[in-house]
Design a protein. Structure first.
Lengths: 247, 247
DNA sequence: GAATGTTTTTGATTGTTATTGGTTGTTTTT
DNA sequence: AAAAACAACCAATAACAATCAAAAACATTC
């Protein structure tokens, strides 16, 4: 058990339970008190956690004004935790639709199931999935140069041939009355079709997507489950209409 | 066990578990501590991993996972004279089929024409073309994990809908009597169809491809033009049958 | 194709540095 | 005040970089 392994174990624990106890870590990591203490000191120094008497807690920077960089980092971390949670829903023999976009991309490195099939319209997604040696099917069609997503009639036609056990969609806006919306109508059409062909649809949305309305409608809130990372203020209005899973 | 074998084993391990330990590698690769240490130092230098005390960890953060691939791609880009020559044949308003593979990939950075459409079965190709803001159409279908090429029935069906002014194909073997051949029959079928749907077909072949015969036939020599970089010894036998363009 | 010299790769050795677990005595919690 | 958690130190150990000679792979010559 080397240093970095302990670090990642500690951070993982922390991410799950929000708090870690030194003596529990001693047992599960099978090392001395000194080592744990040093690890926690080091991780605190790097800003990954805050030490407390008996262990450490998550470094929650609540109502502080965040710098732009911190915000970006937070966003990425948020996406990562959403991705991790979403990936944990995947089980063997699933046939997945994975929408293009950075939020869904965060799922890929977290996928644990080893026998699944993934259909995607993201060419970067396909490449990463191939790296993981996952059974991947790429939708064909016009490449949208900015996002490297496949869109257009061909992709729609292809998608008609497939059925999914689970679909994971990114989204631009979520709103109580307007549902899930996205700026590009072609992308919206693809997302909508993927949703219709899937037994369950999960919409992945970090905090920046809530209470936003974009141009083209994808689906109503009632039809999908939403995975998010942030505690919403007006959560209850949404909960009346849909299932919200907090990562 | 040669160096490259160890490298790929290490990277494979790393990809699976995210972390490798020096002494475990010593055992599983059956070599000395020094060798492992040298390997890790080299792989770190090339940016494939990050060394830590006791081993190495993955170098990854979301899209950073692309970095190893990108490096490989960058290496290919521009360094190849065949790619440069092939790219110079492309003119505005062309509709191109670009086969997957490293040889054709070398074309992309050399493309000068600004209004063209490219259809490709290579997902890395599509990504690079999108970066250059070229009108790109990606064939859909099953992703071949090793080469990141699209193959299978879906891609064949899609390809039937397109016609090209020029097709650029990679190939594994060229032989006077057996013509152009490649190991994978599915890939061969796709190449063949692209060739049949194109006004002109160029086969890109570096010196390692000559006088080789692979399993599945793509086309006869008479049907295509061959772009190569190396001066052949037995050039004249080929020139009786086909056009050879020296880059 | 055997014999030669050259380059590359490898494993062992060296001394150096980083990590670890135990000890001490102090601070915090109950 | 007792128990738990803590920081600071130290010696043992593990991992490290640097170096060198043997071995392997390579190219060259006869």
């Amino acid at each position: 058990m080397i240093t970095e392994e302990r670090y990642s174990f500690i951070l993982e624990q922390l991410n799950e339970s929000g708090i870690v106890k030194a003596n529990e870590l001693m047992v599960s990591l099978n090392c001395s008190e000194s080592t744990i203490r040093r690890d926690l000191a080091q991780l605190e120094k790097s800003g990954a956690l805050v030490r407390i008497h008996g262990g450490a807690k998550k470094n929650y920077q609540l109502d502080k004004e965040m710098s732009y960089n911190e915000k970006t980092i937070k966003n990425i971390q948020g996406k990562n935790s959403i991705g991790k949670y979403a990936a944990s829903l995947i089980i063997n023999n699933d046939v997945i639709y994975m929408d293009a976009g950075t939020t869904t991309m965060a799922m890929i490195s977290n996928i644990k199931a080893d026998y699944i099939t993934v259909v995607t319209n993201g060419i970067l997604h396909a490449s990463l999935l191939a790296d993981k040696n996952i059974n991947t099917i790429q939708l064909g069609g016009k490449v949208k140069n900015t996002t490297k997503a496949i869109i257009g009639a061909t992709s729609i036609e292809e998608l008609k041939n497939y059925r999914f056990t689970k679909a994971f969609l990114g989204i631009n806006g979520i709103d109580v009355s307007y549902g899930c919306t996205t700026p590009d109508p072609e992308e919206a059409a693809l997302k909508k079709l993927a949703h219709e062909h899937s037994a369950v649809t999960y919409v992945l949305a970090d905090e920046s997507k809530w209470d936003k309305v974009s141009f083209a409608k994808v689906c109503r809130l009632e039809e999908v489950k939403i995975i998010t990372d942030s505690p919403l203020k007006n959560l209850k209005y949404y909960q009346e209409k849909t299932t919200i899973l907090e990562a």
